[in-house]
Design a protein around this ligand. Structure first.
Ligand SMILES: [Zn+2]
Length: 431
């Protein structure tokens, strides 16, 4: 794969003032059809050969190692045996890439180039999505860490696509974050480059691709730490099973190659805790947008809206009224969910059970089915509103203050609670 990266000055003014464009030229052993290990090994297709990032500030082209990292996050599944960047990368970076992507063995190297990982960068930035977990991570980190948001804009050649996925509401969440936070909105069309086999939805072909804007800006802003809102369910498989990655997840191999520490202040807590944090800062209504609703107007028919409503009912005594319950009860998404006994359907049942135990209400119809399924979860759920301490052992100092703030919302699990948490296994709880 040949990759060239260039600055573009003529950008649509509603998207930014400066742009960076990546061109991909496929060589003989490259593929236009591949599988994404990031999306359950499903088939993916490469729709176009270039993509754009539109920035609200002007920067010179990032270090060649950073451009190579970004390129890999966009097109890694399509690369055959070689990666030829228009500006050769450092020898160290090339070794990291060969170690991570075993098929890539030919890389153009500039022996004299100082690796980007040797450049001191000590600040943190939030890779901000606008969802509750991401807002919680930002509030814990505080105003020193700029919020960098990746927002989709349609690709000029691919046209309009997956229109329900509209970033407008999340952009408003960014705007309404406390005024003393720095906010950087980066529009990009790269999410439209890869689609699934039927061409009906976009696929992020590589892990943490949404952090690319943070990576491209890291040299300019001195960012050595990218913070995401990942909660424990991101590592445990949605509260269905315990996963050792929870304590080692921060060692993201490829990020080391660019001297960036990927970190997550919320990886030892559940959504129950991030909801409490965001509520305490008065940001809950502004960050509860669902995929189908608009800013501060969630659809109140989908599963996400139902789950968030149950959390609010249990945690803040904000009960749903009869009309709202009726709409949920008759919603096709809820009916389907009420009958779903698969692993997906059973995920997050510990949190549901925790909330239903607090809510004293006689649910009916399809909601009763969900209630019953949660209550059938046979293991104790006392850990749900606690912090799993081992996830925070010897963490990067940049998180020190965030963890102190987090402790206010989430006391640490005592031994018996963390033992229950470490036994987490949905098959046992539902046998
Ligand atoms: Zn919804």
């Amino acid at each position: 794969m040949k990759v060239s990266v260039m600055s573009i000055d003529k950008v649509p003014t509603d998207l930014g003032i400066h742009g960076i464009r990546f061109y991909f030229e496929l060589e003989e052993d490259d593929l236009a059809e591949s599988v994404s290990t990031n999306a359950g090994s499903s088939k993916i297709l490469l729709k176009e050969r270039y993509c754009n990032f539109y920035l609200p500030l002007k920067i010179s082209l990032p270090h060649p190692d950073l451009c190579a990292f970004a390129a890999l996050k966009i097109i890694s599944p399509y690369i055959g045996s070689s990666l030829k960047m228009d500006r050769a990368i450092s020898k160290e970076m090339a070794e990291y890439i060969k170690g991570h992507y075993q098929n890539i063995c030919n890389i153009d190297v500039d022996e004299s180039l100082k690796p980007i990982s040797h450049v001191t960068k000590d600040k943190a930035a939030i890779s901000f999505s606008g969802g509750v977990d991401s807002v919680a991570a930002a509030l814990l980190m505080g105003k020193e860490a700029p919020l960098i948001m990746t927002a989709r804009t349609f690709h000029p050649e691919i046209g309009k696509f997956e229109q329900w996925n509209n970033p407008k509401a999340h952009i408003k969440t960014l705007q309404y974050m406390p005024y003393d936070f720095s906010k950087i909105l980066v529009y990009t069309d790269f999410p439209y480059l890869s689609v699934n086999a039927t061409g009906s939805f976009c696929v992020y072909p590589d892990s943490y691709a949404f952090t690319i804007p943070c990576v491209l800006l890291s040299e300019f802003l001195g960012i050595g730490n990218i913070i995401t809102g990942d909660i424990m369910a991101a590592f445990t498989g949605n509260e269905t099973i315990y996963n050792k990655r929870l304590t080692s997840a921060r060692e993201e191999y490829l990020f080391k190659s660019i001297g960036i520490n990927l970190d997550y202040p919320c990886n030892g807590v559940s959504e129950i805790i991030t909801t409490k944090i965001v509520k305490d800062y008065g940001m809950l209504e502004m960050s509860s947008t669902c995929e189908y609703g608009d800013f501060m107007r969630p659809c109140m028919k989908c599963i996400k809206c139902f789950r968030k409503s149950i959390y609010k009912w249990a945690l803040f005594d904000e009960a749903l009224n009869e009309d709202q319950l009726k709409i949920f009860n008759e919603s096709p998404a809820i009916i389907k969910f009420s009958e779903d006994e698969s692993r997906k359907g059973l995920s997050l049942m510990p949190s549901y059970k925790f909330c239903f135990q607090i809510i004293n209400y006689d649910f009916r119809g399809n909601l009763k089915k969900i209630y019953d399924r949660a209550m059938r979860y046979s293991e104790p759920v006392v850990w749900v509103d606690k912090k799993f301490g081992p996830a925070y052992i010897s963490r990067n100092k940049i998180l020190d203050e965030a963890i102190i703030k987090l402790n206010k919302y989430a006391p640490e699990m005592i031994e018996i609670e963390s033992d229950i948490f470490k036994r987490l296994d949905w098959k046992v709880a539902y046998k």
